[in-house]
Design a protein around this ligand. Structure first.
Ligand code: DAT
Ligand code: MG
Length: 151
């Protein structure tokens, strides 16, 4: 499916550390297509939905305070196998174990400041994109290099 989409968040630590461009660059270089992007201050209501599976975890209060500590950048990337490929590019949840060459492995050391989010399945991605974006914020466009990035 060439139209698969995923949600990527450049988390507040990465915005503060001026890493937004580095994250975007990796997705662009891989060939994925940017179809939505915005800088915003997330509120608790949005994060409670986004992290609904984690609300009972002991670290959830700290995660909320980190994720609301400043602006973040939300993006939707599109392309073949983008959900799985993005997870591989992002690396292990725990930055201390993330492989070199991954975003977390190259830009962070600790699980509590792990720079980026990427959806973990196609179903989750659909749900998460709906939490962060209005339907009319996604832009449908054809990239001119299409025949050179897909066979
Ligand atoms: P991922 O972001 O790799 O999908 P996740 O969905 O399991 O990982 O958890 C979401 C975020 O919660 C993760 O990026 C960082 C934080 N987190 C997860 N496990 C944690 C832990 N043991 N201690 C502190 N923060 C944690
Ligand atoms: Mg997750």
């Amino acid at each position: 499916e060439l139209r698969e989409q995923t949600l990527v968040l450049v988390k507040p630590d990465a915005v503060q550390r001026r890493l937004v461009g580095d994250v975007i660059r990796r997705f662009e270089r891989r060939g994925f297509k940017l179809v939505a992007m915005k800088l915003l201050q997330a509120d608790r209501g949005l994060l409670d939905k986004h992290y609904q599976q984690l609300r009972q975890k002991p670290f959830y209060p700290a995660l909320l305070s980190y994720m609301t500590s400043g602006p973040l950048v939300a993006m939707v990337w599109e392309g073949y196998n983008v959900v799985r490929s993005s997870r591989a590019m992002v690396g292990d949840t725990n930055s201390a174990q993330a492989a070199a060459g991954t975003i977390r492995g190259d830009f962070s050391m600790h699980v509590s400041r792990n720079v980026v989010h990427a959806s973990d399945s196609v179903e989750t991605a659909l749900q998460e994109i709906g939490f962060w974006f209005q339907r009319d914020e996604l832009v449908a466009w054809e990239s001119s290099d299409r025949d050179y990035t897909y066979g």
